[in-house]
Design a protein around this ligand. Structure first.
Ligand SMILES: [Zn+2]
Length: 298
């Protein structure tokens, strides 16, 4: 992929009905569509609607992407917004919409209901109940790994090709209190660290913020008939490094609250990583029994 005539080669371009004048993009605003997951559903709406809404890119659940507005033209995606003292971000930003149902409410203990009435199964979609200062309380569906991969590919092309671009922000950052997209599961810091070439600051930051746990503390994984994902840093997708089977007891190294959830840093299968503390129980047991392998039978 490369930029040619303000379009990215190799992806479809379908002109949006609403398009403003020429802009010099300085930031990228990342959104989610708060819509049904059906392929093409959100993209068709954004391309052609009566509410003067439009965006530069739409990313489907399978990671495919369509461009609808040239990179040097204004799209109407951010609405009332401000960035570091400047108003109306549409005039200096590129918008990316990721297909996702948006904020949902709990439904009968097994599901989450989107604003358009569809109920998604918690387990099937790995939906998380999370509260943050910026998003409030809600049930949220993680973006797919394919979506995050496409976001990263797209941003790499944009930041390589457009010298004036200097920041990546979620919609909630420029429209605080009015918007909650992207959701709390969007790995913003990880994406930024990849695009700006930093060395995983998040892993270090998490280590610093987490409180220390007394030596010998252990957690037992409690995911009946399943397993728990161990992650490289305390957030969702795409950073799974191991899967810990139910009932496994692991030493807890650290614990901290990140993105509204308690996370524990544990040791498993020769490496350390982060798990959601809520899916565990504390156990009092001898560390030595766990860390050293059982005596081999002769
Ligand atoms: Zn938005």
């Amino acid at each position: 992929m490369e930029i040619k005539d303000h379009k990215i080669t190799g992806i479809p371009f379908e002109t949006a009905r609403w398009m403003g004048g020429t802009i010099t993009p300085e930031i990228v605003v990342v959104h989610d569509t708060a819509s049904r997951l059906t392929p093409g559903n959100a993209a068709r709406y954004l391309q052609n609607n009566d509410r003067n809404v439009s965006v530069h890119f739409v990313i489907e659940c399978d990671g495919s992407v369509v461009q609808q507005v040239p990179l040097n033209r204004k799209a109407n995606h951010a609405g009332k917004s401000h960035y570091h003292g400047r108003d109306f971000c549409n005039g200096f930003s590129i918008g990316i919409e990721i297909v996702n149902p948006g904020k949902m409410q709990g439904h009968s203990g097994w599901g989450a209901r989107a604003w358009f009435g569809e109920v998604f199964e918690l387990e099937e979609h790995d939906i998380q109940e999370v509260t943050t200062k910026e998003h409030g309380h809600g049930f949220w569906m993680p973006y797919t790994e394919a979506q995050i991969d496409t976001v990263i590919d797209l941003l790499q092309v944009l930041f390589n090709g457009i010298e004036t671009l200097k920041d990546i922000v979620p919609h909630w950052y420029v429209s605080p209190g009015r918007k909650t997209d992207t959701n709390p599961l969007f790995p913003l810091e990880q994406v930024k660290s990849i695009i700006f070439g930093r060395e995983d600051p998040v892993v270090e930051e998490a280590d610093e913020q987490a409180s220390h746990i007394t030596a010998g503390a252990c957690l037992q994984i409690k995911v009946p008939n399943g397993s728990l994902n161990m992650r490289r840093w305390p957030s969702f997708n795409p950073n799974i490094i191991a899967s810990i089977p139910n009932d496994t007891v692991v030493p807890e190294i650290k614990r901290g609250n990140f993105g509204g959830l308690d996370w524990s840093k544990v040791f498993f299968d020769g490496r350390d990583g982060w798990i959601v503390t809520a899916y565990t129980e504390s156990v009092k047991t001898l560390t030595s029994r766990l860390v050293s392998p059982p005596m081999p039978l002769r």
